[in-house]
Ligand binder design. Structure first.
Ligand code: PLP
Length: 374
């Protein structure tokens, strides 16, 4: 029998206000800082697609019946999972559908990271990898990209020794955000072969790769290695960032374990229907991917005039090395309602990341840059 000690309990609520209820590592961590979402601005800051999703998506959403909203959605997004299996040439048992690929990442971290676990990633990369590690209270090791910057070229390469580090989880964005660089299949394969934990290959931008073969991505590695997870998203090339749908590919054993961790109904019915329609409309997808590539090519041609360098990008964005004026350029564009991305970190302070927009948005950007930089 335990007797409650009321006297000592009453003094427990004194310090630190309501924050005292929160885990110490959450109190200590910085929140993830997403790109700004400002209405009516020219948004070249969050790598969204500048064109709307397929008209079939809007037709499908408009046709939703009362029961679909009254009832809970399919817990495993079954129709979408089956369609995705056909599209990506794997079995439905190898797929988990997430509420954006951010949700897939959260599920992976929650499933794998114990207190002692370490997470590793080439750096700079997608900031959420760090935030999720902070939430789980695990250590993150950053392996710096090998960056080569000269007056006429800029390259970023993953240090292949990353595969030899002892850690539970290795996250590789391929193409990388923010550099847009794509590592070869052979490099990633050799990391997978040497790494003791799980390698997550985050292919959020793979549909924008130049070569058809590269656009296939590395989903097929899940058949050959039991420590591979590949992520895709509907947020970029399918223009459905607002719907929040991502796909996680791995072996059925890991998918089963991840399913225990995900929210039961993690993807709402409208998002499932939107993603199904977007995936089915292949010709529209092809069209907006091509428009994006044309837009990026136009931007690259125009930006050459400013004398900046950027690594070859296989994403829908360019990371320009602009030097010490980077913050000023970002701010002056923002004052003109044009948003691009700038990070106040040691590694990225001299860069700005620009998303390829519509021809009109690109023209507005270039006109503004001419005023600011000349
Ligand atoms: C590399 C990378 N992975 C994942 C995401 C998140 O995608 P989603 O919208 O599917 O959560 C982003 C978003 O910018 C990203 O850059």
């Amino acid at each position: 029998m335990i007797w409650l000690d009321y006297a000592s309990m009453s003094s427990a609520s004194s310090n630190n206000g309501p924050k005292r209820f929160i885990r110490q590592n959450i109190q200590d961590m910085a929140a993830y800082a997403p790109g700004e979402q400002i209405n009516n601005a020219t948004k070249l800051n969050t790598n969204e697609c500048p064109w709307p999703a397929s008209p079939k998506v809007f037709e499908a959403i408009a046709a939703i019946n009362q029961d679909a909203l009254r009832q809970y959605p399919s817990p495993a997004s079954d129709t979408l999972r089956n369609l995705a299996a056909e599209h990506y040439k794997c079995s439905p048992e190898q797929i988990l559908v997430g509420n954006g690929s951010d949700d897939c990442l959260t599920i992976i971290y929650r499933s794998i990271c114990t207190n002692q676990a370490k997470v590793i990633c080439p750096w700079p990369s997608y900031g959420l990898y760090d935030t999720l590690a902070d939430i789980q209270n695990v250590e993150v090791l950053h392996v710096p990209y090998k960056i080569n910057l000269s007056t006429d070229a800029c390259t970023w390469q993953i240090d292949p020794h990353i595969g030899e580090v002892d850690a539970a989880l290795c996250l590789i964005a391929n193409p990388n955000n923010p550099s847009g660089t794509l590592e070869k299949r052979e490099t990633i394969k050799s990391i997978v072969e040497r790494f003791s934990g799980i390698v997550v290959i985050d292919e959020a931008y793979i549909d924008f790769a130049q070569e058809d073969e590269q656009r296939q991505g590395l989903i097929s590695l899940i058949n050959d290695y039991d420590n591979v997870v590949v992520l895709r998203t509907f947020s970029k090339s399918f223009s459905l960032a607002g719907a929040r749908v991502g796909l996680l590919f791995s072996n059925p054993t890991l998918i089963n374990e991840f399913n225990k961790v995900k929210d039961s109904y993690n993807v709402n019915v409208m998002s499932q229907i939107a993603a199904e329609a977007a995936l089915a409309d292949r010709s529209y997808h092809k069209k907006i991917v091509q428009q994006t590539l044309d837009s990026k090519a136009w931007l690259e041609k125009e930006l050459t005039a400013f004398g900046w360098q950027w690594p070859p990008s296989e994403g829908n964005f360019i990371l320009c090395h602009v030097g010490e004026n980077a913050q000023n350029i970002y701010q002056q564009l923002k004052d003109r309602d044009i948003l691009i991305r700038w990070w106040n970190t040691d590694e990225l302070r001299n860069y700005v990341r620009i998303t390829a927009g519509t021809p009109e948005e690109n023209q507005a950007l270039v006109d503004a840059l001419k005023e600011i930089c000349t």
